[in-house]
Design a protein around this ligand. Structure first.
Ligand SMILES: Nc1ncnc2c1ncn2[C@@H]1O[C@H](COP(=O)(O)OP(=O)(O)O)[C@@H](O)[C@H]1O
Ligand SMILES: [Mg+2]
Length: 408
């Protein structure tokens, strides 16, 4: 697999992270963070916590993540002995279920780099890793939340949804849309912006891309939205350096609070690492049986890829709430996709067309548009009134799509 969101410019990070853990969820989470930082996969050491500490002392990794159980004095002693022997630059990050006063005192004495209480969010782990390895004393490293949208078929509304998501998230922090359809993107077009990500300047030498150059290549929309998009070139058959993609996203992630990625439909060598470094991955489809089957294939494909442990969720777009016999309904998709079903977005033909034609956000046309509230329910569920959140539990199964699902 290609490296993650960083090009590993911190030097040689081989054997960068060693870990004592029997929690596969936590290991996957740390691997996602490592990928995004351009570091190799984490090395889980030892069969017991104490053995792991002994092995880490001789491995001298850049970071040791200690997933420690509650109050076992021998585990604390093993960690203390590792801390006493560790090389100057091995940072210790502790992940614990609970924290009693004895543990807290020990961790302070051991001068650990960070302490995370389980369950840990991928963002917390990334931040802890970055702070432990990149921050200067007293400095906090910022790290964006990454939202990635990938279409399962052509024209399903991926770009419209990505821009709309950015419009909702920009109210919560600095937000940048990155159009990874590097040859035929439409993000800039839909907002009537001049695309300024000139790949000819950096394509062959991604190292040239730094924060300042990235800043110069951003397009600014009147709404405050910031877009990174390359001028479309329908005839281009260039294959892009994966390092360019990962470096671009890494830089964007350090400059913004939210990064929204509009992914191309085609699978590229960098697709897995973008997905793995993502906090929220959405696959966008339409409510037709072929499209739903295609979404199922995508889910299966991602689940089967050993270097991609992301958890995609499905958004069904352009749903017409007028019930029409013989056509699939949103509740059918909920049945098929089960936990992977994120929700549906209403068909808002007039508002969406007008927004695209005028190069504005949909909320400028109609702030109470149900497309916006549908998407808000999906990406910011905590901001929804309770009655909207519980709507999903009333959805009823339908046979037609269950049959489509089993035959796929
Ligand atoms: N929820 C929606 N309601 C009505 N039209 C939509 C909706 N979402 C997308 N569209 C329309 O679908 C077309 C394709 O959208 P686009 O975002 O370009 O798809 P993709 O990026 O998947 O190719 C556009 O013309 C857009 O106006
Ligand atoms: Mg598109």
């Amino acid at each position: 697999m290609e490296s993650g969101f960083s090009n590993g410019s911190n030097g040689n990070n081989n054997g960068a992270i060693a870990m004592a853990s029997v929690d596969p969820g936590l290991v996957a989470c740390v691997n996602g963070a490592a990928s995004r930082m351009g570091w190799p996969a984490v090395q889980v050491v030892g069969t017991t916590f104490q053995e792991a500490c002994t092995q880490a002392a001789s491995l001298a990794p850049r970071v040791f993540i200690a997933d420690i159980g509650p109050g076992n004095p021998e585990d604390l002693n093993a960690l203390a002995s590792l801390a006493a022997q560790r090389q100057q630059d091995t940072a210790i990050i502790v992940c614990a279920e609970t924290l009693d006063p004895q543990m807290a005192r020990t961790f302070i004495h051991l001068r650990i780099a960070d302490l995370l209480l389980k369950p840990c969010e991928p963002g917390d782990i990334r931040k802890a890793l970055k702070n432990a390895t990149e921050a200067r004393p007293g400095e906090e490293v910022t790290d964006a939340k990454i939202y990635t949208f990938q279409p399962v078929a052509g024209g399903v509304g991926n770009t419209v949804i990505a821009l709309q998501a950015a419009s909702l998230l920009r109210k919560k922090g600095r937000t940048c849309v990155v159009d990874l359809n590097l040859q035929q993107g439409s993000c800039a077009e839909y907002l009537d912006l001049e695309p300024r990500f000139h790949l000819d300047e950096v394509g062959q030498d991604p190292e040239r891309l730094d924060k300042q150059l990235l800043e110069a290549m951003l397009s600014h929309h009147e709404s405050g939205l910031v877009v990174l998009a390359a001028p479309p070139d329908p005839a281009a058959i260039t294959s892009f350096n994966a390092n360019l993609v990962t470096r671009t996203l890494d830089l964007a992630a350090t400059s913004f609070d939210n990064v929204i990625i509009d992914m191309p439909r085609t699978w590229f060598p960098w697709t897995d690492s973008v997905m793995l470094g993502t906090d929220h991955l959405y696959l966008v489809c339409e409510l037709t049986a072929p499209c739903i089957r295609q979404a199922q294939r995508m889910l299966q494909c991602i689940a089967s890829r050993s270097d991609n442990q992301s958890s995609p969720r499905i958004i069904v777009n352009r749903v017409d709430n007028r019930k029409s016999a013989g056509c699939l309904q949103a509740e059918d998709a909920a049945v098929v996709f089960k936990d992977a079903y994120a929700g549906s977005i209403s068909n808002m033909y007039k508002a969406v067309r007008e927004a695209i034609d005028r190069g504005v956000l949909i909320e400028t046309i109609d702030a109470k548009n149900s497309m916006l509230s549908d998407l808000q329910t999906i990406i910011l569920p905590e901001e929804q009134p309770a009655h909207r959140r519980s709507l999903m539990s009333f959805l009823q199964p339908r046979r037609a799509l269950q049959m489509a699902a089993t035959s796929a």
